[in-house]
Design a protein around this ligand. Sequence first.
Ligand code: ADP
Ligand code: MG
Length: 254
Amino acid sequence: MTTPMVKAEGVHKSFGAAHILKGIDLEVAPREVFCLIGPSGSGKSTFLRCINHLEKINAGRLSVDGELVGYRQKGDKLYELKDSEVALQRRDIGMVFQRFNLFPHMTALENVMEAPIQVKGEAKAVARARAEKLLDRVGLADKAKNYPSQLSGGQQQRVAIARALAMEPKLMLFDEPTSALDPELVGDVLDVMRGLAEDGMTMIVVTHEMGFAREVGDALVFMDDGVVVESGHPREVLTNPQHDRTKSFLSKVL
Ligand code: ADP
Ligand code: MG
């Protein structure tokens, strides 16, 4: 059996007294496009943030590509990883947020070059060559010298995707990547994501774009109030939801 790219078993997360993730179980296979949908506040972002070391889980097991996130297991004991080891795990995961968070004082090209140089100590020429290729891949070869303020939201988001890809991640996390965009700019970003999927990238996509989920997704999970309510093939879940909560949510977004 192949190792799942992400495996969550009974994952819990609380903020103080607020119990947010209440036992999440799911598996994301390599090369899968895994869509996560659910109402605002259901814990989707928190779950992605746990995968990417931005939050620590309180109970359960969470692993990426067979390695526990933030821990090493010896026998039946868990040891917390050192910061340097956490950094190594994080490098393999790319994340794209609703807000693009580009460095405002750097050009598109410099934004994409930055992490490999700073984090991996890569030679500038190597980073530049890759960044040029990546900007081309997201359709922005001609915008390499532009600053974020000179780009549309959709273009900035595509630079953000290129920037995440520059670290050559084995997993990409997308947290509502098109929610902040004007409607006419959404398609270009989804096209880039579709291309990534075709190239075999493993992706977890939190989205309200049900068309994308249906056409590109391999799996879909509906989450509500910190639990997985329903999961299956996107076409199945979207056209034939089994649970009332799923039906009610879909009736609002479809
Ligand atoms: P979603 O992405 O599904 O909209 P979130 O994961 O962002 O949901 O949030 C789920 C719940 O967790 C919300 O009620 C939110 O207020 C709460 N929450 C998220 N992050 C924190 C935090 N750092 N401290 C306290 N509460 C938080
Ligand atoms: Mg969210």
